[in-house]
Design a binder for this molecule. Structure first.
Ligand code: ADP
Length: 162
């Protein structure tokens, strides 16, 4: 039984994240998508909102072997608790590499039995990240085809009530 953790801020989940989730779900028996609570970023969506949006997206795509959770503290501690031996991260471009390389090696130093696996999304998502989605939505631009339907609705709600 191979269990993989896909950690991130997911503020909010995009179709790029979802592409990685789909690929990971074909490679591992179980994938636990995990929202980071204590990231250094100040998220726009609460932990509960981010978890709910990921759950809706997974349901929308009918992906079966994926669950959603949140964590605070050391990632490898959470992974051990969940009996996971793999951490999934997405790589979009060379610009992701240095940060991801440092994180992967530090996580390996913390627990040599846990391996980081990098997956590449479809090239149509390589320019996407959550912050550009928040920015475009804030300026009332279109994020259709870039985020799940539930996220589109939530962004609309967030910016029309402001
Ligand atoms: P973090 O703050 O941990 O980087 P993110 O939510 O920004 O959280 O990203 C989580 C993971 O998903 C990272 O490995 C990131 O490289 C990857 N990722 C983000 N956007 C995309 C995308 N458009 N395509 C593929 N992977 C992505």
């Amino acid at each position: 039984m191979k269990i993989a953790i896909y950690p991130g801020t997911f503020d909010p989940i995009t179709n790029g994240h979802l592409d990685i989730i789909q690929r990971a779900s074909l490679l591992f028996d179980t994938v636990i998508v995990t929202v980071a609570v204590n990231s250094s970023k100040t998220p726009m969506f609460s932990t509960e909102e981010r978890v709910d949006l990921i759950r809706s997206a997974i349901k929308e795509k009918k992906i079966k072997n994926v669950s959603v959770d949140s964590f605070s503290g050391l990632l490898v501690t959470f992974a051990r608790k969940k009996k996971a031996s793999v951490l999934i991260r997405g790589l979009r471009a060379v610009s992701d590499f240095e940060y991801e390389f440092q994180m992967a090696l530090m996580n390996r130093k913390q627990d040599p039995k846990i391996t980081t696996v990098f997956l590449m999304p479809h090239e149509k998502y390589t320019y996407l990240n959550s912050s550009i989605i928040r920015e475009v939505a804030r300026l009332d631009g279109s994020v259709r085809d870039l985020v799940p339907v539930a996220v589109q609705k939530k962004l609309k709600e967030k910016f029309t009530t402001k």
